[in-house]
Design a binder for this molecule. Structure first.
Ligand code: SAH
Length: 234
């Protein structure tokens, strides 16, 4: 069984969106993964098909109702569904390449996209939703966050990315940011490609790249250096 994603959203038209193009889109077409959307509004309980209501305790905005969402979640992910249930949320654990890898190794994901001020806490607690954030900023809805998460997962699936090895040296895969890249022309606006890269000496090139990666990481993301080191070679 290939990776199976189910996205619960008020805007199913946003999918597959960018995931229908390029590597992810080809993988989708070839069955390397599958994507289903569920319109949350179809699970509303009144004839106005409302999915949200005013926040208990007052304040601005609207909150997505637990009862409506529970019906949608139970439909999309009945008991026994082995897939993790994710809620895209700025309060969630920041998404990492390690979590992305674990998801890609699993059966798929059920992803709930929030809108308005967010969702009733009882739904999160009672349906065991794992809150996932894509960064410390506020989006207008969970859909772009779900697309980010799925893009990161899908490119790791077997048969999606042409050159499997090119995944291993990416930023974060070994706890470092990646080294800089160069390609032709040999000289651009007076600047040549660093000499070592055209030397043909593979050991020297590897050492230079490693040193550049460490320097960049130290400058830009010292927090990554503080984490336990990962092996360079797999
Ligand atoms: N009132 C909330 C923000 C709601 S934004 C708060 O202050 O925490 C509306 C929806 O967009 C959220 O329910 C969530 O699904 C999505 N969203 C916004 N920012 C996000 C982020 N950084 N990561 C993941 N999802 C996000």
């Amino acid at each position: 069984m290939s990776f199976s994603a189910t996205v619960l959203t008020l805007y199913p038209e946003m999918f597959p969106g960018p995931l229908g193009l390029s590597l992810a889109g080809r993988g989708l077409g070839e069955g390397a993964w599958s994507l289903e959307t569920v319109q949350i509004r179809d699970f509303a309980l009144d004839r106005h098909r409302s999915v949200d209501d005013t926040p208990a305790g007052g304040g601005a905005g609207m909150v997505m109702r637990a009862d409506v969402l529970a019906r949608a979640v139970d439909h999309a992910s009945p008991q026994g569904d082995p897939r993790p249930r994710l809620l895209m949320s700025p309060r969630g654990k920041p998404l990492t390449q390690a979590r992305v890898r674990a998801l890609a190794a699993g059966p798929g994901a059920v992803i709930l996209c929030g809108r308005f001020e967010g969702v009733d806490q009882r739904l999160i607690d009672l349906r065991g939703l794992e809150e996932v954030s894509v960064g410390d900023f506020i989006l207008s809805g969970g859909e772009p966050a779900a697309i980010v998460l799925l893009d990161a997962v899908v490119r790791l699936l077997p048969g999606v990315m042409g050159n499997a090895q090119s995944g291993d040296e990416e930023s974060f895969e070994n706890g470092l940011l990646e080294h800089p890249h160069y390609t032709r022309p040999q000289e651009f606006e007076g600047r040549p490609i660093p000499e070592v890269l055209t030397s043909g000496n593979h050991a020297k090139i590897a050492a230079w790249r490693r040193a550049q990666a460490e320097k960049l990481t130290k400058e830009r993301r010292p927090d990554l250096m503080a984490k336990p080191p990962h092996p360079v070679q797999k």
